[in-house]
Design a protein around this ligand. Structure first.
Ligand SMILES: *[C@@H]1O[C@H](CO)[C@@H](O)[C@H](O)[C@H]1NC(C)=O
Ligand SMILES: *[C@@H]1O[C@H](CO)[C@@H](O)[C@H](O)[C@H]1NC(C)=O
Length: 535
């Protein structure tokens, strides 16, 4: 009896010690996230931070789509905003993209779509700047945040609010990043020669012909112009108002302590990087868990043929009816079963082998032994999960970086890409699916990528957690930050040095010319006088 009591007491003591230790070493983190699909992976990181005993506060607006205010693993800080980014807008853009891709519209409508996209970008960042302004103006809120004594701010720099808040609170800053407000994350921080680094949206790979390099440069200039004229000035205005005009927004953007980059080099083309960039691509991937019973039954009923998964992501809820019908009809001709995440009207041609679902445990389905193929729009999350589980992909890219993501798989022989322009013609969709199912090289290549991706000393999520805690322990990571971000562009490119060399060379040349001219003149004069004297 006494021994069990002692044992119980001992166990209690140990758990108390562990609990205290966890509370003791738990840090305080302020998170300023990005909505939509980016929240999906930020949430996974927050859960992991919470599980390690850190306390996490999340900034959200009172109109957030995904970021709820009643989760146990974080405390919400809700900012009341009047305007929000309208999700319907994306479906409108989508309709335009379809009609342009399918040749129903002219060059003019393509240009006007580009203008609309720029406008949308402008409005979106405007809304974020308003949100930051509301926060910075609210003295009560800001002093409460100061009193909380956070260890750091973790943000997705695709929206700049977190950067401004971190500066106002004078806290170390960590990014969970793929895109910054200025474009692809690497372009903001690492040297990026345009000769072999394709710009997002160019649809190019790392091996480019001359013409392709011209195209790449043009894409770069467009991104730069968008940043310089549409995005940066809005954030700079907030900086001017609250921090003074000697604080530049791009300086703040570049001065983050750590960049947790959501790619790895199994996926991304090799490129230069920096000491404070940590690669965490695929950190959201987990071993698959058992499926809910109805899904498991459905999947098992596929027998030896296996099943196909189709999802077009968080944003694309509707496709034009003729395309969905074509897709449904193609699926109906297959011996495989199909699980299709789809919210629109039920297509007429839907076969009895296809299950439409509102939501699905994508990671668990991708990790299921019976899966044969993933039909994806090419969002980063889905692509990384497909790599993790080694499932070949048929890609239907719609917008943003989706085509470029899929291209990285296609280049490695692990995916086939169909554009919306041709998906409903000549059985293209069915042919693409049959090709990827029947040609074993797609699966073999994807499985090779999966093996490469998994062969790491530390799991990407653990790596991310280590570095977040590293920044907490050392109150930043200043020793990893290159000086580059403090420099004006002409110093960074050594243009000033080269110019001063050229100037020196020019002066020396000029002086030498003058000197020789004088010497020459003198000599000539002497010769002349000699001749005259002789005469
Ligand atoms: C959010 O807050 C704003 C400003 O106080 C208010 O006008 C708006 O109605 C609120 N929206 C929601 C959904 O609560
Ligand atoms: C599904 O459809 C196929 C072909 O239309 C038919 O042969 C099969 O019996 C149907 N299965 C069920 C369970 O209804």
């Amino acid at each position: 009896m006494t021994s069990t009591r002692n044992a119980t007491q001992f166990l209690l003591f140990i758990s108390a010690v562990i609990l205290l230790w966890r509370v003791g070493c738990g840090g305080k983190i302020l998170i300023v996230p990005f909505e939509g699909s980016h929240w999906v992976n930020m949430d996974i990181m927050i859960k992991a931070l919470h599980a390690r005993g850190h306390s996490v506060d999340v900034v959200r607006t009172n109109q957030s789509w995904y970021i709820k205010d009643d989760f146990p693993h974080y405390k919400p800080i809700t900012v009341p905003v009047v305007e929000v980014f309208n999700q319907d807008f994306l479906n409108l853009i989508l309709k335009r993209v379809f009609s342009i891709e399918r040749g129903e519209s002219s060059v003019f409508s393509f240009l006007s779509l580009q203008v609309e996209m720029f406008n949308a970008m402008y409005d979106m960042h405007g809304i974020i700047c308003k949100m930051a302004t509301i926060m910075l103006e609210d003295e009560n809120l800001m002093s409460n945040l100061k009193v909380r004594k956070y260890d750091l701010v973790l943000t997705d720099p695709a929206w700049g609010a977190g950067i401004l808040i971190a500066h106002a609170l004078k806290l170390p800053l960590i990014y969970n990043v793929r895109f910054a407000t200025s474009g692809e994350g690497h372009l903001a921080i690492a040297p990026s020669p345009l000769s072999y680094i394709p710009i997002t949206g160019s649809g190019l790979t790392d091996s480019m012909t001359f013409i392709q390099r011209v195209k790449n440069l043009i894409c770069y200039v467009i991104w730069q112009a968008q940043d310089i004229f549409l995005i940066r000035p809005q954030y700079q205005a907030v900086c001017n108002k609250f921090f003074g005009s000697d604080v530049t927004y791009s300086g703040l953007l570049h001065s983050a302590d750590l960049w947790l980059m959501r790619v790895d080099f199994v996926f991304e083309f090799p490129r230069p990087t920096m000491p404070n960039v940590i690669y965490i691509g695929g950190f959201q991937c987990k071993p698959s868990e058992p499926l809910p019973e109805h899904l498991e039954d459905f999947v098992q009923s596929s027998g030896e043929h296996g099943f196909i998964l189709m999802s077009l992501g968080t944003f694309v809820t509707e496709l034009p009816a003729d395309i969905t019908n074509e897709i449904a009809a193609a699926f109906a001709k297959l011996p495989q079963k199909v699980i299709w995440k789809y919210k629109g009207d039920r297509p007429d041609a839907l076969g009895n082998n296809t299950l439409l679902v509102d939501w699905m445990p994508q990671n668990d389905l991708l990790g299921h032994p019976k899966i044969k193929l993933f039909v994806s729009h090419g969002g980063t999350n889905g692509v990384q999960e497909a790599i993790h589980h080694g499932v070949p992909v048929v890609g239907l890219p719609v917008f943003f970086d989706q085509y470029d993501n899929l291209l990285r798989l296609k280049e490695k022989g692990a995916a086939k890409i169909l554009t919306l322009a041709i998906v409903d013609k000549d059985d293209n969709f069915l042919k693409a699916i049959q090709e990827v199912l029947s040609d074993p090289s797609y699966r073999a290549n994807m499985q090779r990528l999966s093996r490469l991706h998994r062969d790491k000393p530390v799991k990407p999520l653990d790596n991310a957690l280590f570095w977040i805690e590293f920044v907490m322990r050392h109150k930043g990571a200043a020793h990893l930050k290159a000086e580059s971000y403090r420099m004006p562009w002409y110093s960074y490119q050594s243009v000033d040095v080269v110019l001063s060399f050229l100037a020196a060379a020019a002066i020396i040349t000029f002086l030498s010319l003058v000197f020789f001219r004088l010497v020459c003149l003198e000599k000539c004069l002497k010769i002349k006088t000699n001749r005259l004297n002789k005469k």
